[in-house]
Design a protein around this ligand. Structure first.
Ligand code: GH3
Ligand code: MG
Ligand code: MG
Ligand code: MG
Length: 302
């Protein structure tokens, strides 16, 4: 599994009073990276652009109140999962209830105690880190370390909607290992697992652009999503992917199509429209893969 280095977490502090920003910044600076915003508007822009791990938010501010700002943050898909702690002079239970109901994870009264602010921020940063880790685990296929089917469903939805908005193309490619049952039968399941891992990473390394996406679709099948890639470009990339796997030269003496492990692939380039479901496109790509298998395997059908 790809491990990320343990970076310092980022806290965004939004308060209209410069002195509050300074004091809070000084309390938290030792363990975290700090970003400051002196208005709600500026805070929102920074939250969207920098995706902090936690937001400390004042309520009474001249432009937009903290209560209005949290609604905006929770409505925006980029910022909705960032935990927010209110830190405010509105120190009564009805405002506290309102703040928590709007989605804040905590509510601290001003004047605040430095040690309490520090402890609560630490706690929520720890929870945020654990949540992120769980999210990552939920999206990774444990055998190969690449994205799993669940992540693929999300990314497909995201790419599909983006292609709809931008009237751009999306290529969908299904790849399947040839005669993998025979491989397992003769070399053993553990060796099969190793091959799956090697192929997954060889395919991943063959992708060219940052938004090209690969997932393990299931069993010995992989799926690629290539946004803004036309027929010719995609097809060329897939030929290169198959070649890259061939270059691994993984012996398969029981494959009727070759003496090494090979793949078949089927793909389409489509321009998503409102009249088409992503599932239709997947079925077409699947039909192309079926053709590649029918025509003798170890090839691409487009
Ligand atoms: P084809 O060329 O038509 O694709 O034939 P195939 O043998 O590859 O396909 P089939 O669907 O008959 O068998 C798929 C095989 O993939 C059977 C199954 O044991 C193997 N497989 C699926 N998931 C795993 C896995 O996680 N590890 C291992 N080692 N094998 C797996
Ligand atoms: Mg204020
Ligand atoms: Mg299969
Ligand atoms: Mg197969």
């Amino acid at each position: 599994m790809d491990q990320q280095p343990h970076r310092k977490q980022l806290v965004l502090i939004i308060d209209d009073q410069k002195t509050n920003l300074k004091i809070l910044g000084d309390i938290l600076r030792q363990d975290t990276d700090i970003m400051l915003a002196q208005s709600a508007e500026q805070g929102f822009r920074k939250a969207e652009a920098y995706q902090p791990d936690l937001i400390l938010l004042d309520v009474l501010m001249p432009d937009i109140s903290g209560f209005e700002l949290i609604k905006k943050l929770k409505h925006n898909s980029q910022t909705s999962s960032i935990p927010v702690i209110f830190i405010t002079a509105l120190n009564d239970s009805s405002h506290e209830e309102q703040g928590l109901r709007l989605g804040a994870c905590d509510y601290i009264y001003k004047p605040f105690h430095a040690a309490i602010v520090h402890a609560r921020v630490r706690l929520h940063l720890q929870l945020a880190r654990q949540r992120k880790m769980l999210e990552q685990l939920a999206h990774i296929d444990p055998l190969t370390g690449i994205a799993n089917r669940r992540k693929y469903d999300q990314v497909l939805d995201q790419y599909w909607r983006s292609a709809l908005r931008q009237h751009s193309t999306l290529s969908i490619v299904m790849l399947d290992i040839d005669h993998f049952k025979e491989y397992n039968d003769h070399y053993g399941h553990a060796a099969g697992d190793k091959v799956l891992h090697q192929i997954a990473h060889r395919l991943k390394d063959s992708l060219k652009r940052p938004n090209d996406f690969i997932a393990r679709y299931g069993g010995e099948e992989f799926v690629l999503l290539l946004p803004e890639s036309d027929d010719q470009g995609s097809r060329q990339l897939i030929e290169q992917c198959l070649q890259a796997v061939e270059d691994l030269q993984l012996p398969h003496d029981y494959s009727p199509v070759s003496n090494i492990v090979t793949l078949s692939a089927g793909g389409i380039s489509c321009q998503p429209s409102l009249y088409q479901e992503p599932l239709d496109a997947i079925k077409q790509a699947d039909a192309m893969l079926y053709q590649a298998k029918q025509c003798g395997k170890n090839r691409v059908r487009w």
